[in-house]
Design a protein. Structure first.
Length: 150
């Protein structure tokens, strides 16, 4: 069953009209105050702050609200700057660790090839001994000597 209660919006509309009238009278003064606050405290690297303060002044924002908005933006900018420095430091650390990892991977590959050649030499020597082929047996010794286990 639907609610048939009537909600009065006249009071809300009157309050909105009253605020608009107050804001339009104070708009010029607020714009001047906003400009002075912006020029005193806005960071130079943030071009959107003057626009934000102008919007707040146009909507009837108080100088305290405008200053709070600018301070919040400055706080966020400093947090972002700190995060950027930390990210750059971690990127440098990552690059160093990647280079070290590459060196270790190359050493691993050399060692893997050396072990494979040594195992092949052992197999060849066993086959040569069973078949009594002395030339192949000497060749397997030479192949084993070529893998220095670097």
């Amino acid at each position: 069953m639907a609610d048939d209660r009537e909600v009065g919006t006249d009071r809300v509309q009157e309050d909105m009209e009253e605020r608009r009238k107050e804001a339009s009278g104070e708009e010029r003064a607020a714009g001047t105050r906003a400009g002075s606050i912006i020029s005193q405290s806005a960071p130079r690297s943030s071009p959107s702050l003057p626009r934000l303060a102008a919007i707040l002044a146009h909507l009837g924002g108080t100088p305290a609200e405008i200053k709070a908005t600018i301070d919040e933006a400055a706080r966020r900018q400093s947090t972002q700057d700190d995060s950027q420095k930390e990210a750059n430091a971690r990127d440098t650390e990552t690059a160093a660790l990647t280079a070290e990892s590459q060196d270790q991977l190359e050493h691993h590959h050399r060692f893997a090839v050396s072990v494979t050649l040594f195992q092949d030499a052992i197999g060849l020597a066993a086959t040569a001994a069973l078949l009594r082929w002395p030339a192949v047996w000497y060749g397997s010794l030479g192949a084993a000597a070529c893998c220095p286990f670097s």
